[in-house]
Write a protein that binds this ligand. Structure first.
Ligand code: ADP
Ligand code: MG
Length: 577
């Protein structure tokens, strides 16, 4: 076989396939060009998933007639002049490749007019070369029509899914560009149907409403934090607005919609203890970092980015979102439960039993292995703010599981295990963060056997355990000596606790997640159990702890710890209101 250089046309098509993977990537490149051209109004229309046609119209600056042909040349860009440093060109993703790639992969027609030109220019591209150029009548701005996409690259077509799936991706792309640019008016039409229309009034909540629906957007919580290493702002859903998958999480770095695993995990971490296992938040989060600290050229489609200071990005996002959530987090209201449980006619007397029966209460497993931050020492964020659970007067216990109390504006029902567990969990995290665990030395070291996996996990796990006051020491090949335990766990089966924590390590990579899982294990083992009879003194003590310590209204597994039934609800149920 002799070595041959690929014909230019073939090389261009290979390169094109890398820049534009699918119709959505064409749409993204064209919209970004419109944004760069200063457009205020951008209209997108596609047919058959974008495979039949894509048309993007803008009211931007247009291209002068004598430069239209140039715009389609590979590595042709007008954006060099506006960038001081050559390194920034790569950083900002200006590579002059999009139009050339699209023209190599499809039939393209562009009509464009600048404000000082008397008429518009239309150019038709076939097989990457200019087929026709003529004058035309059109307003200022640019319209690009792309037809028969990938007809020249059959290999690409193999990766294309159904038109419906491609339509969905285009929709997702335009949704995100619209949320990233609320001051631009976007419309998206697919096969003649209007899918998205934003007002362009500059209000993020309005743009999010156009994408996620007005009701949902209205209830979302505002995030805005300028105190961390990087500014973070946006809108995040309430815990009740969760979804079964991650499709509601949108991250923007410097206004670009990106994928970044660690920062995505930071958003989920911020919801820890607020969401049920397997539920994911809705979040539209913007992170600003200096341009030199973000590399968009990890992948040709620029969707994945690399950040120079990932840990700072992680903590900025986690702090900001967590802070906003806690500031907005009220105690779970019993009202919805009671009215939900409102019985069909003839109405029997409403009872709490029905209330609880109507709620899903899964037996609490340990937290599922969540995706793990890449950062080994990503900082932990502790919840802020004091507990609103002051002034509770404990009345008694129901089913040896729930404590009933009288408190501000109503009756409070406390899940004794979940509530105690959440207090202990946050106490442990605080001790860990301050490197000040409360330690209870064993009178005699407790030997315990370890499986080979547990032995392996010990390498990384030992420091984490020690951070929480579980002091252990390897003793031979398969034995461990437990020398001290956290004070709160002094009555707990220490061997079981260590084994469980090491098993957790074995199934997770190291990171912030393993810390939290260890704390969750210790807290869970140390807390009073459901079904345990408590005397009045014990219940009052627990009530006081809840009032004085950090006690979010959800346990580390995401179940509520406290439910309030307001006096209004009671009044209504008794027909007084
Ligand atoms: P890049 O955007 O990296 O410069 P492209 O191939 O996407 O490369 O576009 C090449 C050039 O064509 C741009 O630099 C710009 O000058 C011009 N251009 C493309 N689309 C538009 C548009 N919608 N309005 C005005 N100019 C455009
Ligand atoms: Mg471009």
């Amino acid at each position: 076989m002799t070595i041959r250089v690929l014909p230019a046309g073939v090389a261009a098509r290979i390169a094109a396939g890398e820049v534009i993977e699918r119709p959505a990537s064409v749409v993204k490149e064209l919209i970004e060009n419109s944004l760069d051209a200063g457009a205020r109004v951008i209209g997108v229309e596609i047919r058959h998933g974008g495979l039949a046609s894509i048309r993007v119209t803008d009211d931007g600056c247009g291209i002068p007639a004598d430069e239209v042909a140039l715009a389609f040349e590979r590595h042709a860009t007008s954006k060099l002049g506006s960038v001081d440093d050559l390194a920034d060109i790569g950083t900002l993703g200006f590579r002059g490749e999009a139009l050339a790639s699209i023209a190599a992969a499809a039939s393209v027609r562009m009509t464009t007019r600048t404000s000082d030109a008397g008429s518009a220019t239309t150019v038709e591209m076939e097989g990457g070369a200019i087929a026709r150029q003529s004058e035309a009548g059109a307003g200022v701005g640019t319209t690009i029509e792309v037809e028969a996409l990938f007809s020249t690259i059959p290999a690409r077509l193999k990766f294309i899914r159904s038109p419906a799936a491609e339509t969905a991706r285009v929709r997702q792309t335009v949704d995100h560009l619209a949320m990233a640019h609320p001051h631009i008016r976007f419309t998206l039409n697919t096969d003649g149907r209007l899918q998205l229309s934003t007002s362009g009034n500059g209000n993020l909540r309005d743009a999010v409403a156009a994408v996620h629906g007005a009701g949902l957007a209205q209830a979302m919580i505002e995030v805005g934090s300028w105190t961390g290493p990087y500014p973070v702002w946006g809108l995040v859903g309430t815990p009740e607005q969760s979804r079964a998958n991650r499709t509601g999480i949108s991250l923007f770095v410097n206004s670009r919609w990106v994928q970044h695993r660690a920062v995505g995990v930071a958003i989920e971490e911020a919801y820890r203890g607020l969401l049920m296992e397997g539920r994911f938040p809705i979040a539209v989060v913007f992170l600003d970092v200096p341009p030199g600290e973000v590399d968009v050229n990890v992948h040709p489609n620029k969707r994945e980015v690399r950040l120079s200071h990932e840990g700072d990005a992680f903590s900025s996002v986690q702090h900001a979102v967590r802070e906003a959530l806690l500031a907005a987090s009220p105690i779970a209201e019993g009202e919805g439960l009671l009215s939900q449980a409102a019985p069909p006619a003839p109405p029997p007397v409403p009872s709490f039993e029905m209330t609880f029966a109507s709620q899903e209460r899964e037996q609490s497993p340990l937290p599922e292995p969540a995706p793990v931050a890449e950062e080994a020492h990503a900082p932990l964020v502790l919840p802020l703010g004091a507990s609103p659970l002051s002034r509770l007067r404990v009345l008694g216990q129901i089913a040896n599981t729930y404590i009933v109390a009288d408190g501000p504006d109503g009756m409070y029902l406390i899940d004794q295990h979940a509530a105690h567990e959440s207090v202990l969990y946050y106490r442990l995290l605080r001790q860990w963060a301050n490197s000040a665990p409360e330690v209870q030395p064993m009178l005699e070291p407790l030997p315990m056997g370890l499986t080979p996996q547990q032995m392996d996990a010990l390498g990384e796990g030992r420091a984490v355990l020690e951070g929480y006051g579980l002091l252990v020491e390897p003793f031979g090949d398969d034995t461990l000596l437990v020398r001290a335990v956290p004070v709160m766990a002094r009555r707990v089966d220490a061997a079981k606790l260590v084994a469980e924590t090491l098993d957790n390590f074995a199934t997770r990579a190291n990171g912030v997640d393993t810390h939290m899982a260890a704390a969750a294990s210790i807290a869970c083992h140390s807390a009073v159990r459901a079904g345990q009879t408590l005397d009045h003194q014990e219940m009052t003590a627990l009530g006081e702890v809840l009032a004085s310590e950090m006690n979010p209204q959800h346990c580390p597994h995401g179940r509520p710890t406290v439910i309030r039934v307001s006096t209004d609800v009671l009044g209504r149920q008794f027909g007084r209101l």
